[in-house]
Design a protein around this ligand. Structure first.
Ligand code: PNS
Length: 162
């Protein structure tokens, strides 16, 4: 039986921390839907379509990964693709409260939803998309420590348009 899970997030942009979580999840799941949430209340740097293309580029040789965009509730997306396991990454204790709230809310709306948490590598325990954007906006020199080359290029183009 194929084990499939959804990995939802804003991924604005997708970082090496996200990649670390996908690689860990792949040791347990056969197929992963990376689901980009179009969160109306958040001001994103990249459009959902730009993020989708960036993530597809990263996983272009990996048939286990499918990248999708969802606009509404995660539980509705889960029902749509008929996958009820949700992957999330945990970096530090400070992530727990938000993740607990989200997992509990999702479960209250759809009891079949199960959330599974992977602990990020120590190397990325500090890393977030917000930090990456902060670094990119000031000086792109260190971006290769945090993101894949295609995302680094996209960040440079966003902040230093030619
Ligand atoms: O990477 P993020 O920003 O922490 O991801 C958050 C995301 C997109 C997974 C979350 O905001 C989400 O699931 N949004 C869809 C709306 C929803 O279902 N909300 C109820 C759960 S709190």
């Amino acid at each position: 039986m194929t084990k499939t899970a959804i990995y939802p997030g804003s991924f604005d942009p997708f970082t090496l921390g996200h990649l670390d979580i996908v690689n860990r999840a792949k040791t347990i799941f056969d197929k992963i839907y990376i689901a980009i949430g179009e969160n109306g209340s958040k001001k994103n740097l990249f459009t959902a379509k730009e993020r989708k293309l960036q993530i597809e580029e990263i996983f272009k040789d990996d048939p286990a990964i499918t990248v999708m965009i969802f606009n509404d509730l995660l539980v509705d997306f889960a029902r749509q693709v008929n996958v009820f396991t949700v992957i999330r990454g945990l970096r530090a204790v400070s992530d727990f409260e938000y993740e607990f709230l989200m997992a509990s809310t999702n479960r209250a709306m759809e009891p079949e939803i199960e959330s599974v948490f992977f602990m990020t590598s120590d190397r990325y325990s500090f890393l977030s998309s917000s930090i990456v954007k902060e670094v990119a906006s000031k000086n792109g020199t260190y971006l290769s420590h945090f993101v894949t080359p295609n995302v680094e290029k996209a960040l440079r183009e966003k902040f230093r348009p030619m």
